[in-house]
Design a protein around this ligand. Structure first.
Ligand SMILES: NC(=O)C1=CN([C@@H]2O[C@H](COP(=O)(O)OP(=O)(O)OC[C@H]3O[C@@H](n4cnc5c(N)ncnc54)[C@H](O)[C@@H]3O)[C@@H](O)[C@H]2O)C=CC1
Ligand SMILES: CCCCC/C=C\C=C\C(=O)C/C=C\C/C=C\CCCC(=O)O
Length: 416
């Protein structure tokens, strides 16, 4: 069965209740005027053989997955080839393929837009008109059964979002259509971030609240503010963290107690068996939650605690009944203000500075925005229980590495 959207009689979209049973997903997207006028979208129209057909040029780089067999088609040979070369460098030559093809010619479309793996791998029916404004609907479908979490419209509560990794994740979530309430102790930075993000994503979607995660009452009120604002919190990101070896209690209060309280609030709110609508709880640990580093033992202890706490919840056999997924993220080194360390904050600052310098020179240290791309990939891929995400940023490539635990641990680690 097909239907044509109003105002676009030439476009025939599938309209079938059997789509899910056939493992076929259909998407129709109506880009907003600002997005569709984006110069890069005009330059690089790409129809993909996956279920997501947002303008890819507007998506974070990490959005295109490796191994998903995307076929791009475009009428202009030179542009298509350039795009293919760029994407193949990033995702591998088997994963992204360009074919010159005029989508107004149905024969060309059938024959050319088929990957070397055959039509069971990729099937594309794509519509593209030369000017984006003349094509308010774009549509593609895929035979691949994927389990993608749609982030559009999700309500998010995130701590420590005024700057750094938290800000990066906030912006990435907003760019996917989430509505985010982020909190922080830094009021000026929080307000400045809020103003910038509201301009881009709308005043109702990016909201800052001053909140110290070590204050249980404040945290509860702020979480509740997100529930009130968005109707529900679907994603809770406990990201706030500090590194200071001279402040034992504070580091534990922020990194462990604050994070656990945030997780508890989210779990109680999300649990389907108690009237909630489910969700995902993401806790930010560190590579220092998986291995020892002598520069900051207290900090490392707190990050191990986060991994222990989150993976223990992830083991709960009742998670599916509760409808709650648990994720723990373990970044390696990301360029943020946490690096601005003083002598009393670490065990051996001189040595650590050399180490940081080396990580920068070797390009192992990554930007928060790059980290956020991998985070989005993890959030969208709902099939990743028990998977380690290996973020090879030097190659600009994100890939699944190995199954952590055969009995279904729900904790992909994201490591650089
Ligand atoms: N940058 C890196 O290389 C790595 C960072 N991490 C973790 O990532 C998370 C984010 O850190 P970055 O963005 O790098 O540092 P950052 O210092 O730029 O950001 C941390 C944010 O948390 C906020 N915060 C601190 N205490 C708070 C409290 N009591 N209540 C509310 N907000 C509070 C800070 O004001 C700041 O905005 C932290 O948990 C950190 O441990 C983990 C591994 C590596
Ligand atoms: C060298 C460390 C750079 C970053 C220091 C500041 C904050 C780090 C916060 C983290 O959570 C990271 C924790 C541990 C990583 C420490 C060292 C990594 C070096 C590993 C290596 O080079 O093999």
């Amino acid at each position: 069965a097909v239907f044509s959207p109003p105002g676009n009689p030439g476009l025939r979209l599938p309209h079938s209740v059997f789509a899910a049973a056939m493992h076929v997903s259909f998407t129709c997207v109506a880009p907003q005027s600002v997005d569709s006028l984006h110069p890069r979208w005009v330059e690089r129209p790409v129809n993909r053989g996956s279920c997501n057909c947002h303008p890819p040029a507007l998506l974070p780089r990490g959005h295109l997955h490796s191994g998903t067999g995307d076929v791009l088609c475009f009428v202009q040979q030179d542009r298509g080839k350039a795009t293919e070369a760029e994407l193949q460098k990033r995702y591998g030559s088997d994963d992204v393929i360009f074919r010159q093809c005029d989508v107004t010619d149905s024969k060309q479309l059938e024959v050319r837009v088929v990957s070397p793996q055959g039509p069971t791998h990729v099937a594309v029916r794509a519509l593209y008109h030369a000017h984006p404004l003349s094509a308010p609907f774009k549509y593609s479908s895929s035979l691949r059964a994927t389990n993608v979490m749609a982030l559009q419209g999700k309500g998010v509560f995130l701590t420590g979002g005024a700057r750094g990794i938290g800000r990066g994740m906030t912006e990435a979530l907003l760019s996917k259509g989430c509505r985010v309430l982020f909190c922080d102790v830094l009021v000026e930075a929080g307000k400045a971030t809020e103003a910038e993000l509201q301009k881009k994503y709308g005043a109702d979607n990016a909201i800052f609240r001053q909140c110290d995660v070590t204050d249980a009452e404040q945290l509860k009120e702020t979480f509740q503010a997100a529930v009130t604002q968005f109707g529900a919190v679907d994603i809770c990101v406990n990201n706030a963290g500090i590194l200071h070896e001279g402040m034992l209690d504070k580091v534990i209060d922020v990194n462990v107690t604050g994070l656990i309280r945030g997780s508890q609030l989210a779990l109680e709110h999300m649990r389907r068996d108690r009237g909630g609508r489910g969700g995902v709880i993401v806790n930010v640990s560190s590579i220092g939650g998986l291995a020892p580093f002598y520069y900051f033992p207290i900090y490392i202890a707190t990050k191990h605690a986060i991994v222990g706490y989150t993976t223990s919840w992830a083991k709960n056999p009742r998670n599916s009944e509760m409808g709650v997924k648990w994720r723990v993220i373990c970044p390696h080194s990301v360029k943020t203000d946490i690096l601005n360390l003083t002598d009393d904050q670490v065990v051996d600052l001189t040595d650590l500075r050399k180490h940081i310098q080396k990580l920068k020179e070797d390009k192992i240290m990554i930007e928060a925005s790059v980290f956020a791309e991998a985070f989005i990939q993890m959030m969208e891929d709902h099939d990743n229980d028990g998977v380690i995400f290996d973020v090879k940023t030097n190659e600009g490539r994100y890939r699944r590495r190995q199954i952590v635990d055969a009995d279904g641990v729900s904790n992909p680690f994201m490591c650089d």
